[in-house]
Write a protein that binds this ligand. Structure first.
Ligand code: ADP
Ligand code: MG
Length: 365
C-alpha cells in the first residue's frame, strides 16, 4: 500500500541520516515528554547547518494528528564562521558571537530564528508557526499537506502551464508586499531570501529560514535588502516576469509612507507599473533596466545621517557633488518603536531559562 511504502521510505531516510548526538536526543525526549510532539520522523531536509525533521503531535482530545517540523542546528560545523557578519552590529546580540564555542553559536542561531519567526508570524505573514525552542532545537508548524509531504520550495513549484505566467506575476507582487511588510511591520530584512527559502502552495508563498534575518537598523541591513531584491528579482525574471527595477523595489520597501497591508500593497505595486509604462518607451526599456540595476547594485548605501553628511562633504571636496548617486533610505522617519519589543525580549528570556539545566553542561567541543 502507498502509505506503507511511505513509512518505509521515511524510515530509510531516518537511518541514512547521521545519528543524532546524545544531547540532541535528550532534548527531543523532553519535547516528546511535554507532548509538543509525539513522534519524530525522518529528515525532510539535511543541510550544511541544520536538519529539518517531520514530526507528529497527537492532541489530547480526539482531534486529528498535527504535523510539526523540527529544525535541529548542527553543532559540529565551521560554516557558522561566515555568519558572523549577520550578528556583528545586531543590538539584540550585543555581546557578539563567541566563535570558539560552537554549542553557544548554534543555540544563538536557533534563538535568532525563533524570535524572528515569532515576529513574522505575529505580523500575519505566511511562515511556520514558532512553537518551541530548546537550545539548538526549534519546533515549528509544518508547511505541507495532511499526509506529511512538505510544500515545495518556490524553485520546485509546479505551476499549471496555461496559467503559469499569470501566477508567476501574482507571486512576484505578493513577495514584494511581504518584503515591505517584513521591513515596515517586523522591522526585519530576511537577508537570505531566494527561491530556496520560500515554500509554495496554492498561490501562496511561505517565508522560511530566518535565522540570519537582521533588524532594519543593523549596519548592513540595506546591503542585505538589496541582495534579497536582486536574488528574488533574478529568479522571477527567469520565470518570464516583467519585474520592476531593483531601485524601485528598494524604495517601495523602505519608504515609510504607503500601505503595509493587502490588498493595498498589491495595488500600490500596480501603481508603480502604471507610472513606469507612462514614463518609458519600451524600445529602450529592457537595456536601460539592466544598466539601472547594475548602477543600483554598485551604489553606496549610507545607513546613518552621519554617513550622508560625510559623503556629501567628501563629494564637495572633490568637486563632483552634483553627480554622486546615493541611495538614501528614509533616515528621519525611522524612529518607530515597536510596542511588542520589550515583551518579546522578556518572554524569550524565560524561554531560554527553561533549557538551563542542559545549558550549564561544560562545552566539550
Ligand atoms: P537550511 O538552513 O538548511 O536552509 P531551512 O529552514 O531553509 O534550513 O529548511 C530546509 C528545508 O526544510 C526547506 O527547504 C524545506 O524544504 C524544509 N522545511 C523547513 N521548514 C519547514 C516547515 N516548517 N515545514 C515544512 N518543511 C520545512
Ligand atoms: Mg534554507
Amino acid at each position: 500500500k502507498e502509505s506503507q511504502e511511505r513509512e518505509k521510505d521515511k524510515a530509510d531516510r531516518a537511518t541514512s541520516d547521521q545519528v543524532l548526538d546524545q544531547r540532541t536526543r535528550m532534548i527531543l525526549y523532553q519535547i516528546i515528554n511535554r507532548g509538543v510532539v509525539s513522534e519524530v520522523h525522518g529528515a525532510i531536509s539535511t543541510g550544511k547547518e541544520a536538519n529539518v525533521y517531520g514530526a507528529v503531535a497527537y492532541p489530547d482530545t480526539d482531534g486529528p494528528p498535527v504535523q510539526r517540523a523540527i529544525k535541529v542546528y548542527k553543532t559540529a560545523i565551521l560554516s557558522f564562521k561566515d555568519r558572523e557578519r549577520y550578528i556583528t552590529g545586531e543590538h539584540r546580540f550585543k555581546s557578539g558571537a563567541d566563535k570558539g564555542n560552537s554549542r553557544k553559536m548554534v543555540k544563538l542561531w536557533a534563538e535568532k530564528e525563533f524570535r524572528n519567526l515569532r515576529r513574522i508570524y505575529a505580523a500575519g505573514i505566511a511562515c511556520p508557526e514558532p512553537i518551541q525552542l530548546k537550545l539548538h532545537v526549534l519546533v515549528m508548524g509544518f508547511l505541507g499537506d495532511k499526509k506529511g509531504w512538505a510544500y515545495p520550495r518556490l524553485r520546485d513549484a509546479n505551476l499549471p502551464a496555461e496559467e503559469a505566467d499569470k501566477i508567476w506575476r501574482h507571486l512576484y507582487i505578493q513577495l514584494l508586499g511581504i518584503m515591505r511588510r517584513m521591513y515596515q511591520v517586523c522591522r526585519l530584512v530576511h537577508a537570505d531570501l531566494s527561491e530556496y527559502n520560500i515554500l509554495y502552495n496554492k498561490n501562496q508563498l511561505y517565508i522560511i529560514d530566518v535565522s540570519q534575518s537582521v533588524e532594519h537598523d543593523h549596519p548592513r541591513s540595506l546591503e542585505f535588502l538589496r541582495m534579497d531584491i536582486k536574488n528574488t528579482g533574478d529568479f522571477f525574471r527567469r520565470q518570464g516576469v516583467d519585474t520592476l527595477l531593483d531601485r524601485t523595489v528598494y524604495d517601495f520597501i523602505t519608504s515609510s509612507e504607503g500601505p503595509v497591508e493587502e490588498p493595498a500593497l498589491s495595488e500600490a505595486i500596480e501603481q508603480l507599473y502604471a507610472s513606469r509604462s507612462a514614463a518609458a518607451s519600451d524600445e529602450t526599456a529592457v537595456a536601460q533596466q539592466e544598466v539601472d540595476n547594475e548602477v543600483f547594485r554598485n551604489q553606496y548605501i549610507p545607513q546613518t545621517l552621519e554617513q550622508v553628511y560625510d559623503i556629501e562633504k567628501e563629494a564637495q571636496k572633490i568637486g563632483e557633488g552634483e553627480g554622486n548617486q546615493l541611495v538614501y533610505r528614509n533616515l528621519l522617519a525611522d524612529k518607530v518603536v515597536l510596542p511588542d519589543k520589550a515583551g518579546e525580549e522578556q518572554s524569550s528570556d524565560s524561554q531560554s531559562d527553561d533549557g538551563a539545566a542542559l545549558d550549564s553542561d561544560e562545552d566539550s567541543d
